[in-house]
Design a protein around this ligand. Sequence first.
Ligand code: PEP
Ligand code: MG
Length: 369
Amino acid sequence: ADPLTEAVLGALAHADSVRRMEVRANADTPEDAARARSLGAQGIGLCRTEHMFLGERRALVEAMILARDDTAREQALAALLPLQRADFTGILEAMDGLPVTIRLLDPPLHEFLPDRTELAVRLAEAAEPDPRERELLAAVERMHEQNPMLGLRGVRLGLAVPGLMAMQVRAVAEAVTARLRAGGRPRAEIMIPLVGTVEELRLARTETEHVLADVAAETGTAPDCPIGTMIELPRAALTAGRIAESADFFSFGTNDLTQTTWGLSRDDAEASFFPLYLEKGVFAVSPFDSIDQEGVGRLVELAVEAGRAVNPRLETGVCGEHGGDPDSIHFFHRTGLDYVSCSPFRIPAARLEAGRAALEESTGTSDSR
Ligand code: PEP
Ligand code: MG
């Protein structure tokens, strides 16, 4: 290799030998998982399942969420199950032997449902309006939310749509069983999103454990899946001691935690007054780019401390965008997190920074981070 490549590889090897935090990837396709692995990812810290419900599967999702009766919903879920099983089998294969944290569905609802204005216009313009379209519009109207990001998302959706969580958990368990039969070493973990209270997690955990037990009884293989939660709402961080009673791991969703702690929309705040705030020095840097140590970071510290006091074996990591940001990585190291998870392309830099953070700690130096 050329001297520069050799120097970079040497630095990465050194960083890997000294760092304490693991570096995992946010990936949700086998291709991304393989790419992340080749860049040194030690597992998947966040496998978002939202994209698996778009494209050709959108009609099934509509049927599942808007189902008029149990039969229609059950049919849609039954059709989704083998597709999800194949999704997870591929990802577990690409990450064989390494942990894969699969997050149950967390969409803002408006991304899945048909646009109500378009539907209304189509109906108004139709010479002979289709009665099914009318019903669809009525259902979409019923589910309309002014603030979808604060609405029927995450665990709320899982608890509200009967069978949805069970279908996803079954798909994970069956994928694990299939990989075990193929001689693999699957290590799936199940993650519950947008939890605000331990009661939500308890309900989700009970349902998850039932499905895992059912699959174990059917197949004779017990899929051993840790069950954990995202910490991405201030209330979850503040009640982390309670939440840890039902969690094997915490993964900090600092995108939503920043949004909800600051009351700033992660989708459109930056476009409007962020430049002004940066210019006037209200923000030294956008809190979505680098962890706000005083506020959001404080919630992370509190939650880690309270969670570990209740469950000393609690695993902790971060899977928000901050997991790939150098300054934030130093902060997460000092907070004692077990891993950071970031986009595949940021993995090498994250390995380096995690190594530098460990060196800094052992030599007592600081480069002003
Ligand atoms: C987060 O909120 O930080 C997170 C990782 O989840 P998502 O970005 O999918 O909401
Ligand atoms: Mg989130």
